[in-house]
Design a protein. Structure first.
Length: 128
């Protein structure tokens, strides 16, 4: 259910690491909890983030939730297509609905994140 080559946070963000870049989005579990996504606020390219720092918000018919960076780094790309079609988050959260790409400053931070099996167990424990 959760891509094996991604890493996950307790805030339900994922990161797919490709060299020194990390593509970030929210998990399928997160989008199901939110319901229909209607708006996203994402950062500007060039913004520096610390691990755990808020980088934007996602608004759904149910709630507004903050988005947190899994790692520290500079934002090098933002998925502008989500502004026009935020509902993609509900249909393809681990693919086309990526939100930002960061140039990772400390790759050691990635190792502190959960792998797919640990994240699945975490989600199951939260559902209880």
């Amino acid at each position: 259910m959760y891509p094996q080559d991604y890493r996950y946070t307790r805030d339900h963000e994922w990161i797919k690491v490709e060299g020194d870049l990390g593509r970030v989005g929210i998990t399928d579990y997160a989008q199901k909890q939110l319901g229909d996504v209607v708006f996203l606020e994402l950062p500007e390219v060039g913004r520096s983030l610390k691990a755990g720092e808020q980088f934007g918000t996602v608004e759904s018919v149910k709630a507004v939730s903050e988005l947190f960076s899994p790692v520290g780094g500079a934002v090098v790309e933002v998925n502008g297509a989500l502004a026009a079609k935020p509902e993609v988050v509900n249909h393809d959260p681990h693919g086309k609905a990526w939100m930002i790409v960061v140039r990772i400053t400390d790759t050691g931070e990635v190792g502190a994140l959960m792998d797919a099996a640990a994240y699945a167990a975490f989600v199951e424990s939260e559902a209880k």
